[in-house]
Design a binder for this molecule. Structure first.
Ligand code: THU
Length: 143
């Protein structure tokens, strides 16, 4: 399913709203995400940092974990935005850990990752472009 421009912009706007919720006392870099479920529901997330830095949770994983914990595991797309001072700056691509979490639940061919920058430009990529040859639940299937 290809998302139309309006839906992508709606998701990017929902992601941008989350920049104000980010908890970023250490990096000052805010990230917001909006995850579209196959049934149309949207879950949002922000990054949540920690004094023990590795305990930080990225915005994308916050959104995905919120959705999964509420019983939603089928997803169509995620919009991600980020920048300092709670403003969108340049494109903010998902980190490797978040790509791996996407690979757990999302179809590599059809799941779309939407990025937006300060100029209002959008970039959309399939998950397989961001995480080629990924390790997925299929690899743990015994014969
Ligand atoms: N961050 C995200 O929330 N998502 C990403 O995919 C990249 C990085 C956050 C983590 C940390 O709070 C800040 O950005 C700087 O690394």
């Amino acid at each position: 399913m290809t998302l139309d421009e309006g839906k992508k912009r709606e998701l990017a706007a929902r992601a941008e709203e989350m920049l104000r919720r980010s908890y970023v006392p250490y990096s000052g870099f805010s990230v917001g995400a909006a995850l579209l479920c196959k049934n149309g529901e949207i879950f949002t997330g922000c990054n949540i940092e920690n004094a023990s830095y590795p305990a930080t949770n990225c915005a994308e994983r916050t959104a995905i974990f919120k959705a999964v914990s509420e019983g939603f595991t089928e997803f169509t797309a995620i919009a991600v935005v980020g920048g300092f001072k709670r403003r969108i700056e340049s494109f903010c691509p998902p980190c490797g850990v978040c790509r791996q979490v996407m690979a757990e639940f999302c179809d590599p061919e059809t799941f779309q990752v939407i990025l937006a920058n300060a100029e209002g430009e959008l970039r959309t990529m399939a998950l397989k472009e961001l995480l080629p040859m990924s390790f997925t639940p299929d690899h743990l299937q015994r014969e």
